[in-house]
Design a protein around this ligand. Structure first.
Ligand code: ZN
Length: 88
């Protein structure tokens, strides 16, 4: 089980198995396009890396709950709201 501390430090992040290594490595915000998942997967040298999985057109709803996540992370977050919501 992932603790709140793990979450804050972006440790043990759940990663979409279908996305594999790409998702586990993640991307810093500066290298991301707008329609990419904002779920933090790890932290390194003070930089947060995000899932960056594709968010389908029509599912990208910044400002809305779960509007900035890929399908996998939206599904994951639905299971453990509200603690994870502020990590975005
Ligand atoms: Zn994601």
């Amino acid at each position: 089980m992932r603790s709140v501390l793990d979450m804050v430090q972006a440790r043990n992040a759940p990663v979409d198995p279908a996305a594999g290594l790409r998702a586990a490595r993640g991307k810093p915000l500066a290298q991301m396009n707008s329609h990419q998942c904002r779920f933090p997967v790890r932290e390194s040298a003070g930089i947060i890396y995000f899932c960056a999985g594709a968010v389908h057109f029509g599912e990208w709803m910044p400002g809305k709950q779960l509007g900035c996540y890929c399908r996998f992370h939206r599904q994951y977050l639905r299971g453990c709201l509200p603690v994870t919501e502020e990590a975005a």
